[in-house]
Design a protein around this ligand. Structure first.
Ligand SMILES: *Cc1c(COP(=O)(O)O)cnc(C)c1O
Length: 353
């Protein structure tokens, strides 16, 4: 079976095997990771390894801190404005970008710098930045609508803050161009309940007084990244994913695979006149491919046919319907080939059409 679920999403089978193998006794300690103190030596060692491995994978410079937080990317929609203190610019490029913008309005003056909402987010919008913005927020891959920024927004000396939930670790990013990067782990980097947050150190110290301690980057830094009990098991799964990614050849290998996988599926879609993609060609995502026949009945027929072939998790997001194929790091090339073949051979039932 191939699992195209948008998140939580498929994990590498080798990682699942390791979890099963180590579950009763973590690294020979006799204790399960599920019952171990987050202040224990075994856990601290694993946490430090996870941070070091992520630093290696993404080539994160030393002036950036790495936190494994809770509350999903959604909690960061609040943490960002509370820590960075607007005015700020938001680029409205999709569902989550819009949610981040809406949440930030609770905490200060935020401006929509550009939006493709009126065009149902089929493309990445043009944008104009304000002179007094303290940061610019962008969602670099739009998980629901299947679009991506092909270039990083140019923000000059204003920190770029980016939601990388669906594209982290699947393509190279120059971390030094960002102020803050955050990503829910359950798409490309692990399981639900862990949020990777990468913060440039000089941005600390500006949190609004109302900021809850668990979302306060400065408090977290002062507590050595462990202000309270983290999602211990989730961090452990991330640590295994990072090691697996390093063994696969790291981000260059994931980037090449990602281009190849998405290329195969888009080619098949472009060759079959029954299908069209939601995204404009130039802004197509490499990890979330959103497509439809235009007929709900035919879409359903395609989803059923794919399921018969062992291709699952293809039903589109509720706001768009249709189909969405999520091709994250753990998806092997064979999964993309099987989906491309299913798309190519789909003719649809004339009666339904
Ligand atoms: C999934 C997703 C979110 C929401 O993440 P949660 O972890 O469920 O809060 C936010 N932004 C993007 C880009 C996503 O793909």
């Amino acid at each position: 079976m191939f699992n195209f679920s948008p998140g939580p999403s498929m994990l590498p089978p080798a990682v699942l095997q390791t979890i099963r193998h180590e579950l009763l006794s973590f690294r020979g300690s006799g204790l399960s990771i599920l019952e171990m103190s987050h202040r224990s030596d075994s856990f601290s060692e694993m946490l430090e390894e996870a941070q070091a491995d992520l630093r290696t994978l993404m080539d994160i410079p030393s002036q950036y801190l790495i936190f494994f937080m809770q509350g999903g990317a959604t909690a960061q929609f609040s943490a960002i404005p509370m820590n960075l203190n607007p005015p700020a610019d938001y680029i409205d490029s999709g569902l989550f970008a819009h949610l981040a913008f809406t949440e930030a309005q609770k905490y200060g003056r935020v401006v929509c710098a550009g939006s493709s909402r009126a065009a149902r987010y089929t493309h990445i919008p043009e944008y104009t930045l304000s002179p007094d913005a303290r940061y610019v927020h962008a969602t670099l891959n739009n998980t629901v609508y299947g679009t991506r920024f092909s270039r990083l927004p140019e923000t000059g000396s204003v920190p770029l803050v980016a939601d990388l939930s669906s594209c982290i670790l699947s393509e190279p990013f120059d971390v030094s161009r960002f102020g803050v990067i955050y990503a829910g782990a359950q798409k490309n980097a692990g399981i639900a309940g862990v949020t990777i947050t990468i913060v440039r150190k000089d941005l600390l110290g500006h949190a609004l007084p109302i900021t809850p301690s668990v979302l306060d980057y400065t408090r977290l830094y002062e507590a050595g990244g462990l202000l309270h009990t983290p999602n211990c098991f989730g961090v452990y799964v991330c640590s295994l994913i990072f090691k697996w990614l390093l063994a696969q050849g790291g981000i260059p290998a994931m980037d090449a695979l990602s281009r190849e996988r998405s290329g195969l599926v888009y080619e098949a879609l472009d060759d079959n006149p029954l299908f069209k993609t939601h995204a404009d060609k130039r802004d197509r995502s490499r990890v979330n491919i959103v497509f439809t026949t235009g007929s709900p009945a035919l879409d359903e027929q395609f989803i059923q046919e794919a399921q018969r072939r062992g291709l699952v998790g293809l039903r589109g997001h509720r706001v768009l319907g249709g189909m969405r194929a999520s091709l994250y790091n753990a998806m092997p090339l064979d999964g993309a080939k099987a989906l491309a073949e299913c798309i190519r051979s789909f003719k649809g039932d004339a009666a339904i059409e």
